[in-house]
Design a protein around this ligand. Structure first.
Ligand code: NAP
Length: 467
């Protein structure tokens, strides 16, 4: 057999996870001029695009236009999409090794980090990631229930996900109509009684993880007063020194925006979005039915660590806030792919620059790679995954040049297609997705909305006439 990557023996690549990183990986492989490649993109859900569909906020439609580029990749003649196919369930990694020269895991970060405080699992306390997947119509989360009859909610963490959740809780039904939020979530939020939303940061404004457009946007919503206690956005000497040292215009502006909010007087809008800084939840307390009713907060001051970063330290002062709904938004976390080495402490696949490492020898496992959040952790925006995927592809090409690939017994495209059909007859091709996409857009048009999503696999199969 000739060297893989030639016309007679195309390089067979499986990409596990059809989110942005999966597409960036495929795109960069296809760009190689002297490489013959056949790529199969797998996803556990029927639809492609990962967090662009199930994570990006439904009112951030512009960000989702990135899928136009992914469309080009997916419709390339040397690329196939297999949706509703789960590795570890329908196909094993060992089976993939019999069909591919190289396998890339781009599964993202599918769960959340915990706060580890008493009461965290009371009814009414949820991971923000569940709420995000629910309002975005992810099939696995559509049946979750959130008690929106509560008056006050708290979002813990001050990253962009926290801002997304707070914004969706605060939007009016008319604003939500303009989004592609799942129809059941639109209906539930239409009847929401939540009127006060706290967003809680354990450190100060200089350390806030959200970005400036996101924090500005909350002040532009239709029916929300943004409230920031001025004392909590007045910088302590350590934060002021950090700000001056960084000399970063964006960071100066972020502090300015928050301090401007601190000077605003509430104008009697029907919802209140309250940003608090230097507070850490220490416990949630429930009512007699076991439903969260109150959050205990410790007040913090900032202290410098040996490395110079500022960390929160409890001052001893405490406070209680009455909340009936809590969303912890303290970061995503990756979950292992069965059969693939995992670094538990970081929640990522054990790897170096994208080469999967053997946990015993710490040497690369031939033919296995990773990219995106499951490689480096859940940080950065969608575009951050592009250079990350390129780094992984460079390793793949380097290893290919040195003859370091798997030696699959059945590298032909048809053999794998047959195996998928045998294991998961309800797999979705990219053509299936294109039909669903058109139907979703049409349903949207009929209701004066950008899109009305299909949110269950059964619904999608029925729409394609495959029920
Ligand atoms: P993130 O940016 O890492 O923010 C996590 C937040 O949780 C931080 O404020 C962190 O505070 C806080 N936190 C962590 N542990 C905590 C604890 N035990 N108690 C209280 N607070 C705690 O994560 P994310 O918001 O999930 O976002 C993930 C990535 O997606 C980010 O890179 C984000 O920018 C990106 N994203 C972007 C957009 C957008 O561009 N519009 C939208 C959504 C997500 P400390 O700093 O003190 O640790």
């Amino acid at each position: 057999m000739t060297q893989p990557g030639t016309a007679g023996n195309p390089l067979r690549v499986a990409i596990i996870g059809a989110g942005p990183t999966g597409f960036y990986t495929a795109e960069h492989l296809l760009k190689q001029t002297n490489l013959s490649v056949e790529i199969d993109l797998f996803d556990r859900v029927p639809t492609p695009f990962g967090l662009v569909r199930a994570g990006v906020a439904p009112d951030h439609l512009k960000i989702k236009t990135v899928t136009a580029v992914f469309d080009k990749t997916a419709t390339h003649p040397h690329v196939r999409f297999y949706g509703n196919v789960e590795i570890g369930k329908h196909l094993t990694v060992d089976e993939l090794k019999m069909h591919y020269h190289q396998i890339v895991y781009t599964t993202g970060a599918q769960t959340d980090r915990r706060m580890d405080i008493p009461g965290e699992d009371l009814a009414g306390s949820h991971p923000a990631t569940d709420f995000v997947a629910w309002y975005n119509g992810h099939p696995d989360y559509r049946d979750l229930q959130f008690d929106l009859s509560q008056e006050a909610a708290a979002v813990v963490g001050i990253g962009n996900v926290a801002i997304d959740v707070a914004r969706i809780l605060c939007r009016t039904p008319d604003e939500l109509l303009k989004s592609d939020i799942a129809d059941y979530a639109l209906e539930a939020l239409r009847h929401s009684r939540v009127r006060t939303v706290y967003v809680l940061g354990r450190r100060g404004p200089v350390q806030a993880a959200f970005s400036n457009p996101e924090i500005k946007e909350v002040g532009e919503m239709a029916d929300v007063d943004v409230i920031v206690p001025p004392a909590e956005v007045t910088l302590d000497p350590l934060s002021q020194a950090e700000l001056d040292r960084n000399n970063d215009r964006t960071l100066f502006r972020k502090v300015e925006i928050l301090q401007e909010y601190g000077r605003h007087e509430p104008t009697g809008k029907s919802r209140r979005l309250i940003f608090r800084f230097l507070v850490s939840p220490t416990a949630l307390e429930g009512d007699e039915t076991g439903h969260v009713k109150m959050m205990r907060l410790a007040h913090n001051k900032l202290v410098a660590t040996d490395t110079g970063t500022l960390r929160p330290k409890a001052t001893g002062e405490t406070e209680e806030i009455p909340v009936g709904l809590v969303f912890r938004s303290v970061g995503y976390r990756g979950v292992p792919v069965p059969g693939v080495p995992f670094k538990e402490s970081w929640g990522v696949i054990l790897n170096q620059k994208g080469r999967v490492l053997n946990p015993e020898t710490q040497q690369p496992q031939v033919g296995e790679y990773t990219a995106g959040w499951i490689k480096r952790g859940p940080n950065g925006v969608i575009g951050t995954n592009k250079p990350d995927a390129v780094e992984t592809v460079m390793c793949m090409l380097e290893d290919l040049a040195h003859g370091q690939t798997l030696t699959p017994a059945r590298p032909d495209v048809a053999a794998l297609a047959d195996l998928v059909k045998a294991r998961q007859s309800n797999y979705f091709s990219y053509a299936d997705w294109q039909r669903l996409n058109e139907m979703e857009l049409r349903r949207g048009q009929e209701q004066g909305r950008p899109r009305v999503k299909f949110t269950s696999v059964a619904e999608m199969l029925a729409a394609l006439g495959r029920a």
